[in-house]
Write a protein that binds this ligand. Structure first.
Ligand SMILES: Cc1cc2nc3c(=O)[nH]c(=O)nc-3n(C[C@H](O)[C@H](O)[C@H](O)COP(=O)(O)OP(=O)(O)OC[C@H]3O[C@@H](n4cnc5c(N)ncnc54)[C@H](O)[C@@H]3O)c2cc1C
Length: 394
């Protein structure tokens, strides 16, 4: 780790400081603590470790070699899930798993020394020094910035926005598995669906979700719609034990290097800050696991090596996901907002393995042809116009 030969600087207190104790920062901290026990590692979080999330993922999206990192965090899993559209319902035989922020925080507290979990607001970060709002200064040999999204103005976006609540019901809901998309609901503000996770016999997570052109989120209204959805199913709601909301980027196009530099080109980055999320779903858990495992195995964790590793990994990932940005162009620029559901409806009629690879952002060339072929659910003329417009702007 001896990157700085400068003897005049105060001795570094830490070998690596991770900024942001959310999903990406938390996973990297766990992976490094497990695989590099001698390294002096600190994790700085301004608020609650882990934040306030229920993070779901498909089990196959995590490589077998990386399961050791995720398995202790999983709070619930189901062996299949459903999707429902106006014209059909389908069970997908894929294991679906959930991690909560509370569980991530609990495991971090178990595995890292108390002194390594620092509560504080980072006000400035240099490769060798972190300043906190309360005046503390952390001297370090390397910094990894995982403080959530960078400047999204460098990306052309649609949005996936939602409000979700864990509801306690008077009687069992009877659902045995998640409904990842219930798109039989009224189509409003773009593509709308409800996401359901049965947490217990009388406990269910209900999330009202929109693929929308606008990032504006009317939280009280969406909360009302969650209540309305429950009422329509005849569920008597006793209360809500948890409420979360989000506005996730759906990437149509953008300049990766500018996005990366918007949070300082001199820092290593992870998570949303490194643009490591699925362009269509906005989900980042599988990417966060992959990068955490890579970092923990890297032979050199000096600052410059970490900058290079994270930048090159993120740039390669961005480049490899052009296809999904093209699909997002069709979804947001060619499909009329109220007809967007048809794109997803058609998608879910395709082969189950293809759907799985799509969510893992690992679509094969044949998958891509299959997804684009057939009778497209958006007018061809509008699709061509949207793609041509995107190409001209670039
Ligand atoms: C409610 C919600 C649900 C989601 N569900 C899923 C899901 O099911 N599956 C999935 O894959 N993705 C999901 N996502 C999308 C994405 O994976 C998450 O947003 C994920 O948490 C992003 O990870 P991250 O580490 O980049 O950012 P975060 O998890 O947001 O972590 C960033 C951390 O940095 C801290 N921070 C910021 N600034 C400072 C500062 N100045 N000083 C100190 N700390 C700071 C924040 O407090 C935060 O804890 C969800 C997003 C939201 C908002």
């Amino acid at each position: 780790m001896a990157e700085h030969g400068d003897t005049e600087r105060p001795a570094a207190e830490w070998d690596l400081v991770i900024l942001g104790g959310g999903l990406a920062g938390g996973l990297i901290a766990l992976a490094v603590a497990a695989r590099r026990p001698g390294l002096r590692l600190a994790l700085v979080e301004q608020d609650r470790l882990g934040g306030n999330h229920i993070w779901s993922h498909f089990a196959q999206d995590i490589a077998t070699d990386d399961r050791w990192l995720v398995d202790p965090l999983v709070t619930k899993q189901w062996s299949s899930y459903d999707v429902a559209f106006p014209t059909f319902r389908r069970e997908m035989a894929t294991t679906y798993r959930t991690i909560t922020s509370e569980r991530l925080a609990e495991v971090l507290q178990e595995r890292l020394p108390a002194a390594a979990l620092i509560t504080g607001v980072v006000t400035s970060a240099r490769p060798d020094q972190i300043d906190l709002a309360d005046g503390r200064v952390l001297a370090t040999r390397a910094v990894l910035d995982a403080r959530g999204p960078g400047d999204l103005a460098h990306l052309e976006l649609g949005y996936q926005k939602f409000v979700g609540q864990v509801l306690q019901l008077a009687r069992p809901h009877g659902l045995r598995r998640p409904v990842v998309m219930d798109a039989t609901v009224e189509q409003l503000d773009g593509y709308r669906f409800v996401y359901l996770l049965p947490m217990g016999p009388s406990e269910i997570f209900v999330e009202d979700t929109y693929y929308s052109d606008s990032s504006a989120l009317d939280r009280p209204l969406l909360q009302q719609r969650v209540a309305e959805y429950a009422r329509n199913l005849g569920w008597e709601v006793l209360g809500a034990s948890r409420t979360e909301h989000g506005v996730l980027p759906v990437v149509i196009d953008g300049d990766f290097e500018r996005y990366w530099s918007s949070t300082g080109p001199e820092l290593a980055k992870a998570g949303m800050r490194a643009a490591l999320f699925h362009p269509t779903t906005g989900y980042s858990l599988p990417d966060a696991v992959r990068l955490a495992a890579r970092i923990a195995q890297a032979p050199d964790l000096s600052h410059s090596a970490l900058v290079q590793l994270t930048h090159d990994h993120a740039a390669r990932t961005w480049k490899g996901r052009r296809f999904y940005r093209l699909l997002d162009t069709m979804l947001f620029r060619a499909a009329a907002p109220t007809q967007r559901y048809r794109v997803l409806e058609r998608h879910y009629r395709l082969d189950a393995d293809l759907v799985q690879r799509f969510y893992a952002a690992e679509s094969t060339a044949a998958d891509k042809v299959r997804i684009l072929a057939g009778r497209p659910p958006v007018p061809v003329r509008d699709a061509v116009r949207a793609i041509a417009h995107r190409a001209r702007r670039r």
